[in-house]
Design a protein around this ligand. Sequence first.
Ligand SMILES: *Cc1c(COP(=O)(O)O)cnc(C)c1O
Length: 232
Amino acid sequence: MLQENYSQVEARIRAACERAGRSRSEVTLIAVSKTKPASMIEEIYSYGQRDFGENKVQELTEKYDVLPADIRWHLIGHLQRNKVKYIVDKACLIHSVDSLRLAQAIQEQAEKKGVTVPVLIEVNVAGEESKFGVSVEEAPALAEEIAKLGNLSLQGLMTIAPYVPDPEDNRDIFRQLKKLSVDIAAKNIDNVTMNILSMGMTNDYEVAVEEGATLVRVGTGIFGERDYSREK
Ligand SMILES: *Cc1c(COP(=O)(O)O)cnc(C)c1O
């Protein structure tokens, strides 16, 4: 089942790239493995997948310790400041920076460990109350502040679009994030690039690819439905 799912996602990304006149190499698939066991990750790994996404610090570090060292672990979920120390040298990219205080906490720990941490700003484009992320209006100022933190490398933007029955309804959200990244890039801020757009999940990744996503985060489409019933 996993192999079939995986090749179907791959085929759909390829088709979306073609529709948009983009090269497949511009888009990286992140297999979102939260709640899924190491054995399933190993299977997807055996098909050549190297980018995996987790939304919890503890789960990411546990899997990091037992799975192959060449896996690139993406932290895609909300990050609490007191957990930063466990993750700064394990995540290849933190997608969810949504405040200056969090960025400063990352700076402090990164400096201690002597690493530079690639990060994205999470933008709540749709302005949903239930979601983390800064507003479109707040993002440029946060980018300017993060730029001053020497152990952070701001590389782009991330958004979690609303769940909508028709993914077409999220096209405008993705366009807005793309436009925001172009606007921030135009400021030519030192130590800031806007090469990464992390957008699109199982329900809407094809639309996101058409609108310029460079990272898509697909969980259910690869691993199947998640079972949260055993969670404390
Ligand atoms: C869980 C999660 C995903 C993957 O969601 P699916 O709908 O299962 O593809 C993507 N991004 C974030 C931030 C997530 O927490």
